[in-house]
Design a protein around this ligand. Structure first.
Ligand SMILES: Cc1cc2nc3c(=O)[nH]c(=O)nc-3n(C[C@H](O)[C@H](O)[C@H](O)COP(=O)(O)OP(=O)(O)OC[C@H]3O[C@@H](n4cnc5c(N)ncnc54)[C@H](O)[C@@H]3O)c2cc1C
Length: 497
């Protein structure tokens, strides 16, 4: 059995490496000595710009000043993702971080709305969502509210390379040691199979009790040295390449990500303060790299700022995210296409889990098993939510969409769809980071209208039901006049502090 963990080594200085260094040092402080090794010859992946709301908590735990963070990372606010051409060409819907209506015990707002629809109401469910209203109007404010009806959940778009550098300064200040160098050899203990020593190209050696593999998709420790194996999900998620290019900023910075479906994949547009991030995620069976570049560059709407960069990837996860004395964090642990901006969140969640199950007194099977169980479930639920978008398409204009529409999907997705379709009911699983409101918006947005609603929605008379909807809509609209344009907010907020 391994002894106390005194020295922890992080391999890699991308977003995963520096997020890990910052949070572990902040929380574990003097309990462990932390060294991070990275190679500027290899560099970082350098994409990954959209996040989901829990990132705000990550920054808070680190004690980062939000205005400084926005300035340093050229960030903008993200209220939603707008999906265009996903259900059918010309159609669009939002997946916002908000929730429509007002929450109510036992019976979600959408049940009342469904009943109203059956009675002839023509409003959209999103009309009752402040995130949607602000996204459409290009507005944002940090509202100080005492009624949750006006709470706006938000995340950020940021320059991931700048975020990494910002956290590097933070972590080094707390005492994390950084070593520059290319790791050429990984030595394992002959008996335990634990990683013992890393040898750099110039011969220097780095030893540790515990290692966090943040080496990116090459998985230097978890995949290459420990050979944990990889579970491939390419039969459900056909995209296996991305091509990315920054472009000039627009006059207005939109407070949402755009995801635009094309015949062989989909394109992201992420507005930052100083530029747009763009990319096309695609299937190599549908587009060659040259065709993908044409699709991307042909749909930019502003001047490209560099040549496009192709990034191949393999969708899936490493079979054991913790094995022996190595935990994989970031791309080394697996990859899911950035359709719902979940990779940086998976980094955050892996670090929090590592802290929760930290092997202070040495690696124990019970800790490893629980860590791996939770990590697997979290990955699988995100995978399922992404598959949902492809499965529910009505498109048949390419082999790509014809396949995704008719493919067999994991049973729990079908169960969720059928439950919602027939009753309007939604379920929430442990370790699924997407709440009912997320499943609701994507299912509705992609054309599933519930055939029934909860009986509690029948307790109102028809007039009461109409009044409820009208009042909710008016209440949601109430703060709109005081909420400034998104750019105005960024300017005021980042300047005033
Ligand atoms: C196309 C695309 C779009 C994405 N979009 C999003 C998004 O919108 N939102 C989101 O949350 N995530 C997104 N991601 C994921 C996100 O980019 C990554 O999760 C994040 O950048 C973390 O990467 P990483 O740190 O694991 O790996 P990397 O950035 O690849 O870093 C690896 C590190 O390991 C070091 N290293 C490797 N080998 C060695 C060696 N032999 N010796 C020394 N050092 C070594 C490298 O020097 C580097 O420092 C996207 C990913 C892709 C591919």
């Amino acid at each position: 059995m391994q002894d106390t963990i005194k020295k922890l080594v992080i391999v890699g200085g991308g977003t995963a490496g520096w997020m890990t260094a910052a949070l572990l040092k902040r929380v574990l402080a003097h309990a462990v000595d932390i060294e991070l090794v990275e190679s500027s010859d290899i560099g970082i992946i350098g994409v990954g710009e959209a996040t989901i709301p829990p990132i705000e908590l990550f920054n808070k735990v680190l004690g980062l000043d939000e205005a400084e963070f926005l300035r340093e990372t050229k960030a903008s606010i993200k209220l939603a993702i707008r999906f265009e051409n996903w259900r059918a060409q010309g159609e669009r819907y939002y997946h916002t971080f908000g929730a429509p209506g007002r929450s109510q015990a036992f019976c979600h707002f959408h049940h009342f709305w469904t009943r109203a629809q059956q009675l002839g109401d023509t409003s959209s469910l999103w009309d009752y969502d402040l995130n949607y209203l602000c996204a459409e109007a290009g507005k944002f404010a940090k509202l100080e509210v005492n009624d949750p009806v006006w709470e706006m959940q938000y995340a950020y778009h940021f320059d991931a390379s700048l975020y990494g550098q910002y956290l590097r300064k933070y972590a080094e200040k707390l005492g994390v040691r950084r070593t520059e160098g290319m790791i050429e050899d990984v030595a394992l203990d002959a008996q335990s199979g634990f990683v013992e020593t890393l040898t750099l190209k110039d011969g220097r050696q780095i030893s540790g009790d515990f290692f966090v593999d943040c080496s990116g998709s090459r998985g230097l420790l978890i995949g290459q040295a420990l050979k944990t194996g990889y579970e491939d999900w390419g039969h459900w998620l056909l995209c296996d390449r991305a091509i990315a290019v920054p472009s000039e900023r627009f006059e207005k910075t939109l407070p949402f990500t755009r995801s635009i479906a094309h015949p062989g994949g989909w394109q992201w547009r992420i507005p930052l303060q100083h530029r747009n991030g763009n990319g096309l995620v695609y299937s190599s069976k549908q587009y060659s790299d040259d065709e993908a570049a044409d699709v991307l560059l042909g749909n930019l709407e502003s001047e490209a700022l560099s040549d496009p960069k192709v990034i191949p990837f393999r969708t899936g996860r490493t079979k054991k995210q913790w094995h022996k004395n190595v935990v994989a964090v970031g791309l080394s642990s697996g990859f899911l296409e950035p359709l719902e901006s979940t990779s940086i969140h998976l980094i955050q969640s892996a670090i929090v889990r590592l802290i929760t199950f930290f092997p202070h007194a040495g690696v124990r099977d019970e800790l490893v098993d629980e860590y791996n169980r939770q990590s697997r479930l979290e990955f699988e639920y995100i995978r399922d939510f992404i598959i949902l978008h492809y499965k529910l398409t009505e498109r048949d204009d390419s082999e790509f969409w014809r396949y995704t529409k008719s493919m067999d999907v994991p049973e729990r997705i079908t169960e969720k769809i059928e439950l919602f379709r027939s009753t309007g009911a939604l379920t929430k699983e442990n370790f699924d980071i997407f709440l009912e409101s997320s499943w609701l918006q994507v299912m509705l947005g992609q054309g599933i209208m519930p055939g029934d609603y909860h009986p509690l929605a029948d307790t109102l008379s028809e007039k009461q039901l109409r009044d409820k909807l009208t009042n909710t809509r008016q209440t949601k609209m109430q703060p709109m006049d005081q909420i400034p344009a998104h750019d105005e907010f960024l300017e005021m907020f980042t300047r005033s502090r």
